[in-house]
Ligand binder design. Structure first.
Ligand SMILES: [Zn+2]
Length: 217
């Protein structure tokens, strides 16, 4: 029986590496798959991991129809045994529903990989739907660490070095305000306590060097 698998973890937990490994394992057993990603760090239509591995992938736009794509491929005589779907947190609710339908109606395995919550600590649209629909959910065991050494469970966004908890979930890099330069956006994984306190590694270092202890909310 085919299943919808959801592998989740924080940003540095090795999801893309596992996505590529999963594809490799199935391809080695002569199974035929398709790889998908969106907003990958390597750019469009590439699935890449922090360890330097990359693989060509199909880019998932907001209006991409997984069901239509798979049905068309099969109708044209193609073979598909499984789908590997990276950056699935960015997929729409409708697209996750399509993946579930592909598993149930076409008996094709789907392996989805994605971050659970965004920098505001709220579930991503795609991840929320995967939590609701997945046959199996796996929290990755390769644990990322906060600067304090605790398990990093939350994703923080900094803009020009300052942690923010509001804003667009997806930052498009080439959008520039006319009257101000684009913010320097970066991400960092933190434990829940330090996410709550907005205490990034840089700020913790600055605080530790400050002469007076600062009050934390
Ligand atoms: Zn911490």
């Amino acid at each position: 029986m085919a299943e919808l698998h959801f592998f989740t973890g924080t940003m540095d937990s090795g999801k893309s590496t596992l996505a590529l490994q999963t594809n490799h394992n199935h391809a080695a057993r002569a199974r035929v798959g398709r790889l998908f990603t969106t907003h990958d760090r390597a750019g469009q239509a590439k699935l890449s991991s922090r360890l330097g591995l990359t693989h060509d992938a199909l880019e998932v736009a907001r209006d991409f129809d997984f069901w239509r794509y798979v049905v068309d491929s099969l109708t044209q005589g193609g073979r598909i045994d499984y789908l590997v779907c990276d950056e699935a947190q960015f997929y729409t609710r409708v697209q996750i529903d399509q993946l579930a339908k592909i598993v149930d109606e076409l008996q094709i395995d789907v392996f989805a990989f994605g971050i659970l919550t965004d920098f505001r600590t709220e579930l991503f649209e795609g991840s929320a739907r995967l939590v609701e629909l997945a046959d199996r959910m796996n929290v990755l065991q390769v644990e990322a660490l906060c600067w304090c050494g605790k398990r990093a469970t939350h994703n923080a966004r900094t803009e020009n070095g300052v942690m923010v908890v509001e804003g667009e979930v997806i930052v498009v890099g080439d959008v520039e305000a006319i009257d101000q330069p684009p913010a320097d956006v970066a991400y960092e994984v933190l434990c829940r306590q330090h996410h709550r306190r907005r205490l990034t590694a840089a700020r913790a270092k600055a605080v530790s060097l400050a002469p007076e202890p600062l009050p934390f909310g």
